[in-house]
Design a protein around this ligand. Structure first.
Ligand code: NAP
Length: 245
């Protein structure tokens, strides 16, 4: 029997690469996002299918899930990957949309697909979080807050769903060059730490295959979380220095 994966945010970047890699490994992928032209092209490429869905809209998620579950009663893998940058601080911009997409989106998708994940148990959920889930970076404070919240969601549901046969994996990438997150703004010495979305896809699939819980990719970015946890006041002074963004 072919294993079924639902991948959110599959129309570009990390989600598209995860879907391609899963398809190469024999998975049948159901792609979710808002841009139909992109989803249709990728679904044709990997012989999968797609549904249009704004993951931040709970009713839209429920409607998409009903359509998908009519075709597939068991879902073996849900990848909660859809996400947007905030591109603003807490002092301006729209912190609600970023929370709705990055945080609530994962919750609505998990709830909508949980019966089908339990029907397929043992099954897997991957939440694509971020190093921003453990470091509060001032220029994108609302994005960091959404990823902190998503991390708590991922950790709590990992513990809660373990006994129900649903394994929850938390993946925290560092800087990745994608359409939504172009990294050209980084100072030149930092750019060597930027990786491609295919590396995250390899890590995500390995996390599922090897049953890894919570990981940072590349691993050296974990130092950010250690500094934030052990030296929060020093980090706040460094990030708040005049001349810093
Ligand atoms: N790139 C990085 O440096 C980086 C680092 C750490 C974590 N991440 C996380 O990785 C995930 C993927 O980001 P990416 O870098 O691959 O960016 P991307 O290329 O911009 O991809 C984002 C995907 O999310 C979808 N999306 C956005 N809002 C949505 C919504 N409301 N409903 C449904 N789909 C939505 C987009 O599709 P549509 O526009 O077609 O809806 C797109 O497919 C995000 O959760 C991001 O926070 C990225």
């Amino acid at each position: 029997m072919q294993r079924i994966a639902v991948v959110t945010g599959a129309s570009s970047g990390i989600g598209a690469e995860i879907s391609r890699l899963l398809a190469r490994r024999g998975w049948y992928c159901v792609l979710l996002a808002r841009r139909e032209d992109r989803l249709r092209a990728l679904a044709e490429e990997i012989r999968g299918e797609y549904e249009l869905c704004d993951v931040g809209d709970r009713e839209a998620v429920d409607r998409a899930a009903v359509r998908i579950l009519e075709r597939h009663s068991s879902i073996h893998l849900l990848v909660n990957n859809a996400g947007i940058p905030a591109r603003s601080t807490f002092l301006e911009g729209d912190p609600e949309t970023v929370m709705r997409t990055n945080y609530f989106g994962g919750i609505w998708c998990l709830r909508a697909f949980l019966p089908a994940l339990e029907a397929a148990a043992p099954s897997d959920v991957v939440n694509v979080v971020s190093v921003a889930g453990v470091v509060a970076f001032p220029p994108s404070g609302p994005y960091s807050a959404s990823k902190h919240a998503q991390l708590a969601f991922s950790r709590a549901t990992a513990a809660q769903l373990r006994s129900r046969g649903v394994r929850v994996h938390t993946v925290k990438p560092g800087f990745v060059e994608t359409e939504g997150f172009p990294q050209g703004w980084l100072p030149r010495p930092m750019r060597r730490f930027v990786i491609g979305p295919e590396k995250i896809a390899e890590h995500v699939v390995a996390s599922v295959e090897h049953g890894r819980g919570e990981t940072t990719v590349p691993r050296y970015y974990a130092i950010g979380g250690v500094l934030q946890a052990l030296l929060p006041n020093v980090l706040a002074r460094v990030l708040g220095r005049p001349g810093k963004p």
